[in-house]
Structures are given as C-alpha cells and as structure tokens.
Design a protein around this ligand. Structure first.
Ligand code: SAM
Ligand code: SF4
Length: 473
C-alpha cells in the first residue's frame, strides 16, 4: 500500500476568517425586527448567512425565547418527531497526538493502551446487536496502526458480523483522523456511511495552544481541509464538529456554519451532520474552564445551529446528562447515541461503568438503550434505526435532491416506525413494548388515510407476525 501523503485537496483554502468571525461575535445586539426577519427566512428552510447566524447568537433573552420556538417548529417541519439512534464503538486508543483535553493523548501514561483484536471486535458487535443497535460509529485514536486499510478492515468486519435471529449492523460511520485522498477511497470502498472529523476549535490561536505544533494534529490546515479531501476521494457524506469549551462558543458556532457553507459552495453538498460535544473530565486532563459552556448557552447554540443549517442533522452525544439531553431534544437534535460505553471492550467486559483509566473521557448519560428509547417515546419522539437513504444511494448531492419539503416526513417517519417495530418485537423490555405500542397507535392515527398508511400498517404486521425484517421506503 502506498504511504499516506500530506497533500491538501484541490484548491484548498483557509475559509476561516478569524477577524471577521471575531467582529461578528462582538457585534451589537440586533433589533427585534431584524431577528424576526431572520427567523422567518429560516422557517422557509433557507440556510442563514454568517451575519444572520451571529445576530441570532447575539439576541437578548426575550428574543431567545422566539429563537427556541422557531427552532422547535423548524425541526418538526423538516424532521418530524423522529430521533435516530446509534452507538459508538471504540476500536483503539493508541495515539501519537497530545491534544490537551483528551485522555488518549500520548503523554497520558495512566491509561491502558489497547486495540481490539478482530475476534474481540466481533464480540463487541454481537453484544451491540443483541441490545438492538443497527447503526454504529467506530472511533479510533490517531496512530500509524490505524491506517486506511486497517479502518476499512474493521468496517468490513462489523458489516459481516451478524447474530441470530435478526442481529446486523446496517450502517457504519467513522470518527477518525483526517486521511489523504487515497485513504478516503479505501474506506469508501468498505461501505462507510458518514466520515466525521471534528475541528475541535476553529480559533487558530486556541488550536495551536491545544495541539502541540510537532504533532500530526498540530497542523490546523491539514485538519480543516480533511473533509474536502474526503469529498475528493468520493466520500460525499461527511460530519463536522467542534469541541465546545476550548474557546468562545459563539465563535465556534460561526466556525461550524462557515465550514458548512464552504462545503455546500465548493462541492454542492453540505455536511450531513454537525456534532457539538462539550468538554468532559478525563484522566490527566486539566483544562482551564474560562470557555466552558453553560447548559443555557448549550441549548441556545443547538437552536441557532438548527435554524442556520435547516437540512443538516444535529448529533448530541451521551457526554450530556439525561436531564440536559431531555431538555435539548426538542430544539433541533436529530441523532443521539444510547446505551453507550466508550472504554475499549466496554460492551462485553465493562464491569465498572465509568473506568477513567480506560476511557477517553467520562460520559454523562449511561442509561441502557431500552431506557433511553422508553423516555423518548414517553416524550412523543419516534426512535429510529433507519438506514434507508444511505442504502438506496441517497447521499451527498442525491440526498440534497430528496431533502425537499415533506420528503423526510413522508419517507423517514414510516421507515422510523418500521425499524422501531423491529426493536419492539426483538429487543424491548415489556414496559418499553407497552409504551411503544401506544406511540405506534398515536403515530398511525396521525397519518392520512390512503395508500401509504395501508402499506405502513401491512409492513408493521409483517414485522410483528411473519418475522419479516429490513423493510424500507
Ligand atoms: N482521534 C481522532 C481525532 O482526534 O480526530 C478521532 C476522534 S477522538 C477519539 C473523538 C473526539 O472526542 C475528538 O474529536 C474530540 O472532539 C472529542 N474529545 C476528546 N477529548 C474530549 C473530552 N475530554 N471531552 C469531550 N470530548 C472529547
Ligand atoms: Fe488522539 Fe484524537 Fe484524543 Fe487527540 S482527540 S489525543 S488525536 S484520540
């Protein structure tokens, strides 16, 4: 295999204008009329400019209530009430970098280093399947051992690992270090879903402080350009993110929006997802809390992101506590992880629930998938394991074509109901089954009578009574 290069993408540019973002962060409070105009534009499902996003970020407390209401409304119209569920699977915690905030940093000698063997990986996958998971994100440190070929091999192994009677993983996403174009081609070939890279901070000075210059991750531009190379390599389904707590949260939101607008303009397709992890405690990590984000600001940033990029999925992870997750859910989140364990081997060997000597950081919500599903349904969300778009080739530009008004609601809700029925039939506890049955009745009652509704009813019956699985629109 050829050695990875450090070549940037075609026409790579630094699209983060620090001075401009900084001046937008400190712009004066916008007039109520201006904020309302921006909300109206967003409710027409149009992406916002950087200036418009900054005005929402700078709006006062009273107008912020209107921002929440608009975010909630937009989420309902674009996504309906479904929430996609996934689980993270940590493959290896070896790392050559020294990111100041991370328990996997090379200088942390108190962490047990480990890479799952392929038989161990298969056992973890079976354990996840037996809980009902269908979608995983594989996570890796940055290390020469974790090259594109290795990552591709782990992806193929996950897809090939099935368990009786209906256990299978239908979508594998990746969170790994940036690659060169050849590397992306290799992982694409293995059938990955989304390739996620978090910029961590879009503020260059802070970036340099957190990532020592002589490490691979110390090169800001290599990372910023990482997903453009993914596009050049044929991975048109990408996820961006920032680690909130390193610098001013408003600046980071503007960085994320700049990145989304850049990808949309350059490649005709924006990011599929945005993640906004907040800093968590980790072993031998001591971060100055100046920029830590309060719960209140956290919810505002989610609402503003929802309005700024109407068609981009928003991922909230189990770093957040149950209470924050429950509260934030209605303002625009479309995906969460559940039943998560982030220590290596955590799904098969996890005796202590939070073992900091093995983890990258500490989780906030360690409830089981079953409990998270039950709570979602009690709050009238439809938990979904749908993987239909990706398997029907509706990604990248093609996905954008389908992301027309009503599509997500028309196709995604029925798909969500079918995958939820699979979960209820195969894995749910009796209590969750009862809550699920009530939700299903309510959802069916909401549907207009007609061909689609009869088809959904007949598919749900087929799943319940004839053992049919993996039916999608
Ligand atoms: N090593 C690869 C990289 O850095 O891109 C893969 C991702 S790393 C294992 C996953 C993400 O965890 C990082 O991008 C970072 O945003 C996040 N992370 C690291 N330390 C964290 C902490 N203490 N609290 C919360 N999230 C953290
Ligand atoms: Fe390594 Fe990623 Fe952690 Fe940085 S964030 S130390 S690259 S695992």
């Amino acid at each position: 295999m050829p050695m990875p290069t450090m070549e940037l993408s075609r026409n790579a540019v630094d699209f983060i204008d620090d001075a401009r973002l900084q001046s937008l962060v400190s712009a004066p409070r916008p007039e109520p009329g201006r904020v309302r105009e921006i909300l109206a534009k967003s409710l027409q499902k149009q992406a916002l400019t950087l200036e418009e996003t900054a005005d929402l970020l700078n709006a006062d407390a009273e107008l912020t209530q209107e921002i929440y209401a608009a975010a909630h409304q937009l989420k309902e119209t674009v996504y309906g009430n479904r929430i996609v569920l996934f689980a993270p699977l940590y493959i290896g915690n070896r790392c050559v970098n020294n990111c100041s905030y991370c328990g996997f940093k090379a200088s942390n000698k108190d962490i047990t280093r480990r890479t799952l063997t392929f038989p161990e990986l298969e056992r973890e996958v079976v354990a996840l399947e037996k809980k009902g998971h269908k979608r995983l994100i594989l996570v890796y440190g940055e290390h020469p051992d974790y090259d594109a070929e290795f990552i591709a091999q782990t992806v193929r192994t996950v897809y090939a690992t099935k368990s009786e009677p209906h256990g299978e993983i239908r979508r594998v996403n990746i969170n790994a270090a940036p690659m060169d174009v050849e590397g992306y081609k290799i992982v694409k070939e293995a059938g990955i879903g989304t390739y996620q890279i978090f910029q961590e901070t879009y503020h260059k000075e802070t970036y340099a402080q957190c990532h020592p210059p002589k490490t691979r991750k110390g090169d800001f531009m290599w990372r910023l350009d990482g997903l453009s190379r993914a596009m050049d390599g044929g991975c048109d389904d990408v996820g961006i993110g920032a680690l909130f707590g390193l610098y001013d949260w408003r600046f980071e939101v503007l960085g994320l929006v700049s990145h989304a607008l850049f990808l949309q303009e350059r490649f005709g397709v924006g990011p599929h997802t945005i993640s906004f992890p907040r800093m968590r405690p980790a072993t031998n990590v001591d971060i100055d809390g100046t920029h830590f984000v309060s719960d209140e600001d956290f919810i505002k940033l989610i609402a503003v992101l929802r309005l700024a990029v109407p068609y981009t999925g928003l991922i909230m992870t189990a770093r957040e506590t149950q209470e924050v997750r429950r509260k934030a859910m209605g303002f625009g989140v479309s995906q969460i992880d559940a039943g998560s364990r982030i220590e290596l081997g955590g799904y098969t060997e996890g005796k202590e629930l939070q073992a900091l000597d093995k983890e990258q950081f500490n989780l906030g919500d360690i409830r089981s998938l079953d409990l998270v599903m039950r709570e979602l349904m009690e709050d009238d969300f439809i938990p979904s394991f749908c993987t239909s778009c990706y398997r029907l080739g509706r990604t990248g530009e093609h996905f954008m074509e389908f992301a027309i008004p009503g599509f997500i609601k028309r196709f995604c809700s029925p798909n969500a109901m079918c995958t939820l029925q699979e979960y209820l039939s195969d894995y749910a506890s009796p209590e969750t089954q009862a809550v699920g049955a009530r939700l299903m009745e309510k959802e069916l009652a909401k549907m207009e009578d007609g061909k689609m509704k009869s088809e959904v009813i007949s598919r749900l019956e087929a799943i319940r009574n004839t053992g049919k699985r993996d039916l999608y629109f």
